[in-house]
Write a protein that binds this ligand. Structure first.
Ligand code: UD1
Length: 430
């Protein structure tokens, strides 16, 4: 195993290149199962979750290859070519699914194209129970028969899926994506209400439309999909990763630095930007990317409540909380999306942070400075918050179990080093 060692105190200054969005890439990759033609995705981030999805798609008969770095429009991500002329196997086994919850995204495309799918239940996850009931009832509304047996979801629609109306009982990003993928090949019209509006969903819709899908209401909570008999291949550039951008924006803020986030889109993180401005951080569009600075300003406490898009993203909650540990004043951070998403709190407390948990809220009283300590990453975004804390802390911080980080942040320590951080990846023999 590896760990990251940070010697805190350096303000970040310079340019950070933002990669393609992991959470957009995963459903886009699953879309290759909908067509026998080739899907070419550019700006693909180099991350463990992408490899997991590629392996899973391979299991279903897709051929996945990397075409090297893309030169188009100055974008650096990799180009991935996916083609599934036939579905060789409709089973997504436990060994692959347990590594990544988003594996459940193959369910919709497999039932739609092959008439059946057997997908292992993703099971529990560190940040709460995260069930898949909405994915399943949604597919039932499209005519699929679903059974859950021995830890596996079996879905079948021998005569194909048919359009239907489905109202999401709760906003779910993954379930909205699964339904969009499935409805694109269903017979007739599907109306999805209370759908998630995350930019990653818009990215998926745009690619599906190039593949020949007919979708109305893109970007809104009501999506109308007119199913088509077959979809074609497409080329699509994956949107920039707004969570990576938000994380580095907060890293600049916590260290009192100034960075330019190349390739990032401010419009995707407006809610987080609004809160950052309240803390005294400047954040604006510059050179087609985002400029963030807290070079000459006090860091002031601000409250945050997570909400589905366009609200403050739960995936930036841990990082914002870390920022608030050294702000002037007290802030209340309320988590409304996931239960149990405060596992970074005890670790931050070990670095001296003053945080009280009350149900789904954390009350953070800003202190003068954090102190470096050995800490343990528990999930992807929690690990990022510990890195941020380490960048601002006095002394040395070691973040263990960084395989969580590698699921979602490409070359994190390299990107941080380039803007002046003292960060190193080491073998963890402890
Ligand atoms: C996606 C993101 C994740 C982000 C989350 C919320 C990907 C790969 N992951 O996860 O990074 O934190 O959106 O923005 O894009 N729920 C149910 N039943 C279901 C499905 C969800 O009760 O069938 C609940 C979940 O437990 C959670 C809430 O709905 O409380 C939102 O989850 P959802 O939007 O589905 O998250 P994911 O798609 O898993």
């Amino acid at each position: 195993m590896e760990k990251i060692r940070i010697r805190g105190g350096n303000p970040l200054n310079g340019v950070i290149r933002i990669g393609g969005a992991k959470n957009a890439a995963l459903p886009l990759m699953a879309a290759c199962l909908l067509t026998d033609e080739r899907l070419v995705l550019s700006n693909v981030p180099h991350l463990a979750d992408i490899t997991t999805m590629a392996n899973l798609l391979g299991q279903h008969g897709a051929r996945v290859s990397l075409e090297g770095a893309a030169g188009n429009g100055g974008h650096v991500g990799r180009v991935m070519s996916l083609s599934a002329p036939e579905i060789a196997d409709t089973t997504a086994p436990y060994d692959l699914v347990r590594k990544m919850r988003a594996s459940v995204l193959v369910l919709g495309p497999l039932v739609a194209r092959a008439g059946e799918a057997t997908v292992s239940m993703p099971g529990g996850c560190a940040i709460g129970t995260r069930p898949v009931d909405i994915h399943l009832s949604g597919l039932e509304a499209l005519g699929a028969e679903i059974e859950v047996e021995s830890g596996y979801i079996r879905a079948s629609a021998p005569g194909g899926l048919r359009g239907g109306r489905f109202v999401f009982p709760k906003v779910s990003v993954g379930a909205t994506e699964n339904m969009l993928l499935a409805a694109s090949l269903a017979r007739g019209e599907t109306i999805l209400e209370n759908a998630a509006r995350e930019p990653e969903i818009t990215d998926l819709c745009e690619c599906l439309m190039v593949m020949g899908a007919s979708i109305e209401g893109v970007g809104t909570a009501t999506l109308t999909v007119e199913g088509v008999e077959r979809l074609s291949g497409a080329r699509h550039e994956i949107m920039p990763d707004r969570i990576e951008a938000g994380t580095y924006a907060m890293a600049a803020a916590i260290t009192g630095g100034s960075v330019e986030l190349e390739g990032a889109r401010l419009s995707d993180i407006e809610a987080a930007a609004a809160q950052l401005r309240k803390t005294g951080t400047t954040i604006e569009t510059r050179n087609g990317g985002i400029f963030v600075s807290r070079a000459n300003a006090e860091l002031v406490a601000a409250d945050v409540e997570t909400d589905p898009y366009p609200g403050f993203p739960t995936d930036l909650q841990a990082q914002f909380l870390a920022l608030m540990t050294v702000a002037d004043g007290a802030s209340v951070i309320t988590e409304t999306i996931f239960e149990n998403r405060f596992m970074h709190v005890p670790e931050l407390q070990r670095m001296g942070a003053d945080i009280t948990l009350q149900g789904n809220a954390a009350i953070v009283r800003g202190i003068d400075h954090l102190t470096g300590a050995p800490v343990m990453a528990s999930d992807l975004r929690a690990s990022a918050s510990l890195v941020l804390a380490g960048l601002a802390a006095e002394g040395e911080t070691e973040v263990r179990r960084i395989y969580h980080l590698d699921r979602g942040y490409e070359r994190l320590e390299e990107k941080l080093r380039l803007v002046g951080a003292d960060v190193e990846r080491l073998e963890d023999d402890g």
